[in-house]
Design a protein around this ligand. Structure first.
Ligand code: C2E
Ligand code: CA
Ligand code: CA
Length: 553
């Protein structure tokens, strides 16, 4: 490109020189012929040579202007050339002065120069346009890039034109890249861009703002219309993507913030749309969320909790309590459920119902589970050597249970702590069967093969179905506290508890009721042949030393 520019400039210089020579030559020739003269005081100047000098002067001025400002220079050169043409024509054809014919090569030269200048301008404009397109477009998808999107949003804000900013983030895109490769990831991004462009009208400006994030700026649409449009975006994306590189069902989460209701500058609008998108992900992905100001404090709290959890893992700030479980008939100790506790920096307890969901969402639950398992086993490893026989039960998140490496991890922890596998029980909830019952069962079978017991927690609140209950290697069914709470007041709850106990026994499981607080509940459960009791009535969660005392009794 540099070479062509140099070539063009050299040619231009050459033409300038030829022109100059032609002009000087014309003056010399005209001076020599000297047909008409004009006197300035004592000096006598030939008219043609004077007109030649003026033309040369104007020509030089216009050439200078041409180099400074193409358009003005172009106009100036055209005017001079026009004069020159009339001048030459009158001289040659009307006055028969053949010497004026020297002006012709000059005009030809000027016209040539103009053509070159014109071509040069055209090329420069094309290059500028190409450069602009490159700097404004995302090379992968061909959509507007982040810079253009920002500029567009800022332009709208300056013009005070209301709009909605939709922030799209593909769900599980990292997994796609990790498991199916980057070529497949790229193909999905391109297909998403293509499908969304196809369904957008002229009031929607689309851009890819990085990785798997897209933005759309929709003008003149109500919230309902935005909701409908975003829904359509999700729908078209959910249709199977079949490319040379891969076959995939994609999904994405969308957050929306509106100008001027939600934010009045570009930075906050993007932050709020991102916040709403984060909320959409948290709510289960593949959905749209509109920003509202409460989200900020919610997310701020979650982030604070996430930091507390990370710090607790790093500085060993978690601690455990153990809630005893007893045989219903004899009140003999069966064992303990391990319950995790956390206090914030001021020493205020944070309930597990607050921090466990945050740990689950952030993925920190895997480390939390490992911490609890290791410390629960270590807490009682000394007591396992004697004749005492008790169970230590640990809650393990659904996500961890379905992880194919969990059984090996558990084996590693058993070896590390020397804790007997048959004295350990993992509590799983029905939510671990949602994504894939087969994967969950295969994982549970591996756990069972280690000799570890399995309890199904919060039974009756989730997705339990008799059809899969018989396939599960379960040792213990835990009846959720909510049924025990209602049991003595509501007939249907009482019947439900009775039914669960029978079902459990039918599938050769033991049954435990948790959250037992009242005598009446205890009596009923005993009558219904519930095997074990866990609840404040016989024992609250307590620290390790108290639990050890209970074992010794
Ligand atoms: P969960 O597994 O159903 O635990 C039983 C909860 O019921 C515990 O609350 C326990 O303190 C409470 N509870 C037991 N008996 C009674 C009673 O008679 N009355 C009343 N009012 N409550 C009773 P906690 O410790 O607050 O735990 C809440 C939930 O947090 C647990 O429900 C469990 O889902 C989760 N969680 C606690 N520790 C862990 C842990 O180490 N790992 C995981 N993944 N989750 C945990
Ligand atoms: Ca539990
Ligand atoms: Ca429970």
């Amino acid at each position: 490109m540099k070479k062509t520019i140099d070539k063009g400039n050299n040619l231009k210089l050459f033409i300038y020189i030829v022109l100059l020579i032609a002009m000087i030559a014309s003056i010399i020739i005209l001076n020599k012929i000297n047909i008409e003269e004009i006197s300035f005081g004592n000096s006598v100047v030939s008219i043609p040579s004077l007109s030649g000098v003026i033309t040369v002067f104007m020509m030089l001025v216009s050439l200078i202007i041409l180099n400074i400002d193409n358009k003005k220079g172009f106009a100036a050169v055209m005017i001079i050339n026009g004069f020159q043409f009339i001048n030459v024509s009158i001289s040659v054809f009307v006055m028969n002065r053949m010497n004026a014919i020297t002006g012709v090569p000059m005009m030809a030269g000027i016209l040539g120069l103009l053509c070159m200048q014109h071509n040069h301008i055209k090329k420069t404009e094309q290059n500028e346009k190409r450069l602009h397109t490159l700097s404004a477009t995302d090379p992968l998808t061909g959509l507007n890039n982040r810079r253009s999107v920002m500029a567009y949003v800022n332009g709208k804000i300056e013009a005070k034109e209301p709009f909605s900013l939709l922030f799209f983030d593909l769900d599980n895109f990292k997994n796609i890249n990790d498991t199916m490769g980057h070529a497949c990831g790229d193909a999905i991004l391109c297909e998403a861009a293509r499908r969304w462009t196809e369904i957008s009208d002229e009031n929607v400006y689309i851009g890819r703002i990085g990785g798997d994030e897209f933005a759309m700026i929709a003008s003149g649409k109500s919230d309902e219309e935005i909701n409908e449009f975003a829904g359509k975006c999700l729908r078209v994306l959910s249709e199977k993507i079949c490319t040379e590189k891969c076959d995939y069902y994609a999904a994405c989460s969308v957050g929306t913030a509106r100008f001027p209701q939600d934010g009045t500058d570009c930075e906050s609008l993007f932050r709020f749309a991102d916040t709403a998108m984060y909320k959409a992900k948290n709510n289960g992905k593949n959905q749209i969320c509109f920003f509202d100001s409460n989200m900020l404090s919610e997310i701020h709290n979650e982030m604070k909790l996430e930091t507390e959890i990370r710090d607790a893992l790093k500085y060993n700030r978690f601690y455990l309590v153990f809630q005893p479980q007893f045989e219903a008939d004899t009140k003999h100790l069966r064992g303990f459920e391990t319950l995790l506790r956390l206090k914030d920096k001021d020493g205020t307890p944070i309930p597990p119902s607050s921090f466990i969901p945050v740990a689950e969402k952030s993925g920190l639950i895997l480390d939390v589970d490992r911490w609890v398992l290791r410390h629960a086993m270590q807490s009682f490893s000394e007591q396992t050597s004697g004749s005492s026989n008790f169970i230590v039960s640990v809650n393990v998140s659904a996500r961890h249970i379905t992880d194919c490496g969990f059984a090996d991890e558990l084996k590693g922890l058993l070896d590390e702590t020397g804790f007997p596998a048959e004295m350990l029980e993992v509590e799983v909830t029905e939510s671990c069967f949602i994504s894939s019952i087969d994967e969950a069962i295969s994982s549970l079978l591996k756990i069972k093969a280690l000799g570890v017991k399995i309890a199904l927690d919060d039974f009756g609140t989730g997705y339990a179905s008799l059809s899969y209950l018989q396939r599960l290697p379960i040792d213990l069914l835990k009846i959720d506290k909510s049924f025990i709470d209602d049991m003595t007041e509501r007939d249907d709850s009482g019947n439900f508890v009775e039914a669960i106990i029978s079902i459990g026994h039918m599938f050769h499981c033991k049954v435990i009721s948790e959250g037992v607080e009242q005598d009446s509940q205890l009596e009923t459960l005993k009558k219904l042949k519930c095997d074990y009791i866990q609840g404040y009535i016989w024992g609250k969660p307590q620290e390790r030393s108290n639990a050890i005392q209970l074992i010794k009794c």
